[in-house]
Design a protein around this ligand. Structure first.
Ligand SMILES: [Zn+2]
Length: 292
């Protein structure tokens, strides 16, 4: 108990020392009386907001437009991790968040990566709606324990959310059941879980993180694959660079299209959410893979 109080005081003192330097640049979030839920990047923010509704304040550690793999935490964000009633994050995706959780040891933590049963070192579980459903369930159980007064409402909201995720999964299964092409080339290797769930073979231009540069040999392999399988499209994404996907597509006379890894929203997708971006991905995939 004392340790927690001291940690809180430490963070608060740090905040007091640093805030004047920040001036008016901060987001200026007003902390109210509602429980604070801290999420580490957009898909988890979406889950938390859908389950919690207006009963909690959800603060996401990744800002819109920011690439979630390589965020750094500000003093204020670290203080939020300390103060959070629940922290919902995915271990292995964002080193800065992993470190903050290890250091501050908030009391109620849900590790989405553990709940979603990651396979290998690929963190992109949220592109499989059934794994998102599991994460939503684990978060709701924890939230109901922290805030039992609203447990019935959380259960109701979870039920609605899980119905929508089940519907999304069904749309993908049906939509990708009959396709001429069953291979996709994507710019960063985010679509492994999606491919596994719906029977698509996924080849990444970059590695698991968008910054990793491919070798010339790897690019040649991809070009061979594209020719062999008669692919129509090379996929790039919103947040990461589109250059390489575009140039591979141009060289081979293919189209390039955006497949959104739904790691975050940016200016172009500000009005969208997880469900609408996933549905758009399905439409894009069906066209590129010539599905009937
Ligand atoms: Zn990624």
């Amino acid at each position: 108990m004392t340790m927690i109080v001291m940690r809180r005081m430490g963070a608060a003192l740090g905040l007091l020392l640093v805030l004047p330097l920040l001036g008016g640049c901060g987001p200026g979030v007003q902390r109210g009386s509602r429980p604070l839920v801290v999420t580490s990047f957009y898909p988890l923010q979406w889950v938390a907001e859908r389950v919690a509704g207006r009963h909690v304040e959800v603060v996401d550690l990744t800002h819109p437009g920011q690439e979630p793999h390589d965020i750094e935490l500000t003093v204020r964000q670290t203080a939020d991790v300390v103060d959070a009633s629940v922290v919902l994050y995915a271990r292995g995706l964002q080193a800065a968040v992993d470190q903050a959780v290890d250091r501050e040891r908030p009391r109620h933590v849900v590790d989405a990566a553990a709940v979603a049963r990651l396979e290998g070192d690929d963190p992109h579980f949220w592109l499989d709606p059934t794994r998102m459903r599991a994460v939503a369930g684990a978060f709701e159980r924890r939230l109901a324990r922290v805030d039992p007064g609203h447990a019935r409402d959380y259960a109701r909201r979870l039920h609605r959310l899980q119905r929508e995720l089940t519907g999304l999964d069904r749309s993908f299964r049906r939509g990708l059941a009959h396709c001429r092409i069953r291979t996709i080339v994507v710019s960063h290797d985010a679509f492994g879980y999606l491919g596994r769930r719906y029977g698509l073979r996924v080849a990444g231009i970059n590695g698991l993180s968008p910054d990793a540069e491919p070798s010339p040999a790897h690019v040649r392999e991809l070009q061979d694959l594209i020719r062999r399988e008669h692919l129509t499209t090379v996929f790039s994404e919103e947040l990461a660079s589109r250059e390489l996907a575009g140039s591979i597509a141009r060289d081979l006379g293919l189209r390039s299209a955006v497949l959104d890894p739904v790691e975050g929203l940016d200016d172009a997708t500000a009005g969208q959410d997880y469900l609408s971006l996933m549905r758009r991905n399905l439409t894009t995939l069906r066209k590129a893979d010539q599905c009937s």
